[in-house]
Design a protein around this ligand. Structure first.
Ligand code: AMP
Length: 320
C-alpha cells in the first residue's frame, strides 16, 4: 500500500494535502512534513498544505492558500481524517485522485486509495512509515515535525499502546540529533492565563455517580481567562489518572460560531460510540462531539455515565 501511495505521488505534478477541521499538532505536522518530503524528493512538483487555524501551531510552519489549480489534474492527500464532512478543504470531489492516510477507526470510504491503520499512534507515525518504506526523502526538519506530532497525539506516549512506535523513534533518534528539550518547549509552552483556566477547571469539575468528570465552560468564562475555545478544549488531556474519574469531558461554548464543542477522554469505557450520537466521533478513548444546546450536552453526560456504570459492572464481574 505504501509503495502504491508513492507511485501515485510520483504521477501527479500538483498535490494538495489536507486534514481535519479543528487543527491539532498531529494533523498539521503530518501534512507539512509530507509536503516537505514530496518537495525534497520531487522539487518540481507543486505541493500545497491547506486548512484553517494553523497560526496556533506556527512553530510547525505555515499553511498554504488553496489557490487556483486545475483540480482535474491534481491529487488530494487527506491525512488524519476518517470522514468527508470533517475534511478542511473545499471542492474535494473535483480532484482527479484522492488518497486517505489515517489512524482513526474507519467511518466511510471517500477516497480512491485509503491507507488506514487504526492501531497506529498518530498520522505522523504513518507518514514516518511512508518515508522509511518508500523513496520519499527525509531531513532533520521533516523528522522534527513528525516527532512533535507523534509526541503530541500520544500525549508523550501516555496513550500509546503500539509498541512499534518505540523502535521507530529509536531509529529516527539514531539518525537525527533531535534537540528534545527545545521541541518539547515549542509544543508545551503556554501562557499563564491558560494555567489559571486549568486551575478553574480543577476547582469546578463536577463528577457524576459513576465517574464522569465534566465542566461547562461558557464563552464568558473562557474569555474571562483570555483563552480561546481551542486551547480550553485541549486541556482535556490534563485530567487523566484521577481516582474518582473514569471518563472526563470539557464542554466549551463557542458563542461566535453558535456551537458547543466537547472534548472527551476515557481511561476504560469506550466513548467514541457515544460521541457518534452527538455529531462526533474519534478514537475509543479520545473523542470529540459538537452540539448546539446545553441540554444536548447534558444528555451526552448522562449517556457517558451509563457507559461508565456498565463498564464498572463488567469489571466487577471479571474480579468475581
Ligand atoms: P480532540 O478532543 O479535539 O483532541 O479530539 C479527539 C479525537 O476525536 C480526534 O481523533 C478527533 O479527530 C475526534 N473528533 C473530535 N471532534 C470530533 C467531531 N465533532 N466529529 C468526529 N470526530 C471528532
Amino acid at each position: 500500500m505504501l509503495k502504491k501511495i508513492y507511485k501515485e505521488i510520483k504521477k501527479y505534478d500538483t498535490i494538495v494535502i489536507a486534514r481535519h477541521i479543528g487543527v491539532d499538532p498531529d494533523a498539521m505536522a503530518s501534512q507539512l512534513a509530507l509536503k516537505e518530503s514530496i518537495l525534497l524528493t520531487f522539487p518540481k512538483k507543486h505541493v500545497l498544505a491547506v486548512g484553517s487555524g494553523g497560526a496556533k501551531f506556527s512553530y510547525l510552519g505555515v499553511l498554504d492558500k488553496l489557490e487556483d489549480i486545475d483540480f482535474s489534474k491534481a491529487m488530494l492527500i487527506i491525512v488524519d481524517t476518517p470522514d468527508q464532512k470533517r475534511v478542511d478543504c473545499p471542492s474535494i470531489d473535483l480532484f482527479s485522485y484522492k488518497i486517505k492516510i489515517d489512524h482513526h477507526p474507519f467511518v466511510e470510504k471517500f477516497c480512491d486509495l485509503e491507507f488506514i491503520q487504526e492501531t497506529k499512534s498518530s498520522a505522523c507515525q504513518l507518514i514516518l512509515e511512508l518515508l522509511y518504506k518508500t523513496k520519499l526523502k527525509r531531513n532533520q526538519s521533516i523528522i522534527e515535525k513528525l516527532f512533535i506530532g507523534l509526541v503530541s497525539d500520544t500525549n508523550r506516549f501516555l496513550f500509546n499502546s503500539d509498541r512499534t512506535v518505540f523502535s521507530l523513534i529509536s531509529k529516527l533518534l539514531g539518525e537525527y540529533p533531535l534537540d528534545l528539550p527545545s521541541l518539547y518547549q515549542q509544543l508545551y509552552m503556554r501562557p499563564l492565563n491558560e494555567v489559571h483556566l486549568q486551575g478553574y477547571i480543577e476547582q469546578n469539575l463536577k463528577i457524576t455517580e459513576h465517574g464522569v468528570g465534566y465542566i461547562i465552560l461558557t464563552s464568558d468564562v473562557i474569555s474571562k481567562f483570555s483563552a480561546d475555545v481551542g486551547s480550553a478544549g485541549n486541556m482535556v488531556n490534563n485530567f487523566n489518572y484521577i481516582d474518582e474519574v473514569l471518563v472526563w469531558l470539557l464542554i466549551s461554548e463557542d458563542r461566535k460560531n453558535e456551537v458547543i464543542k466537547i472534548n472527551i477522554r476515557s481511561r476504560g469505557p469506550v466513548i467514541n460510540t457515544v460521541a457518534e450520537k452527538y455529531h462526533g466521533g474519534g478514537h475509543k478513548f479520545a473523542s470529540g462531539a459538537r452540539v448546539t444546546t446545553l441540554e444536548e450536552a447534558e444528555f451526552l453526560v448522562h449517556d457517558l455515565d451509563r457507559v461508565c456504570k456498565e463498564y464498572i459492572k463488567e469489571m466487577e464481574s471479571k474480579v468475581k
